[in-house]
Design a protein around this ligand. Sequence first.
Ligand SMILES: N[C@@H](CCC(=O)N[C@@H](CS)C(=O)NCC(=O)O)C(=O)O
Length: 233
Amino acid sequence: MSEASAVRVIGLWASPFVIRVLIALKLKGVEYEFVEEVVGKKSELLLRSNPVHKKIPVLLHHGKPISESLVIVQYVDEAWSSAAPAILPADPYTRAIHRFWAQYIDDKLPPAIRTLKGTDDGDEEQAAGQLSAALQLVEAAFVELSQGKSYFGGDAVGYLDIALVSHVGWVKAVEKIAGVALLDEAKVPNLAAWAGRLCAHAAVADAIPDADKLVEFSVKYGSFSKPINSGAK
Ligand SMILES: N[C@@H](CCC(=O)N[C@@H](CS)C(=O)NCC(=O)O)C(=O)O
């Protein structure tokens, strides 16, 4: 079996959760085959591979499926542990703190983003306020955790960087859609600089979609939750 077919990712380029997996594999130098889902139609492979949630991403390693983006990132770190660099921090306490913030990011950012791009009902002003408040808390966490270095874990891109940067494309897209400033130098200067640095990183640059492309995607499909949802289950 070739190295590419040993690792397959079922996904869609616009999905922030899929982006995480691609960055983790790139960091580890793992070749993979990207199996693109069609918007509005869940493939048999997806339904068979993630029968519980029926969501992307799914990583197939020698045919065995792993679901949930943060679980997959940890799996990639462990399965290719000898490939530098480590993605999760080595210290158990630091690891727990990074996991805490990754969970916080997934709890707070996607719901507000969905409201701002019109996928979910809700008050846009309130959603923008909630997203901005969440980014400010994450900014404070960045200052504390990075200790003056480039990334959350220090000098190298790690777990929490991956968890957050995967949402950056959509944050920039909803800034355009809703006409609000969120990842803004005036509001979150450290995160704005971090995002600029990280989006230019070799393992990240190609994975983060252009905000204008995401706006187009949003206009075309409204959401990729709803169309994918409406497909066969
Ligand atoms: N918690 C999941 C979220 C995955 C997720 O929401 N994926 C979306 C695409 S961005 C999806 O597959 N939506 C289809 C659906 O909701 O049925 C993860 O981290 O992997």
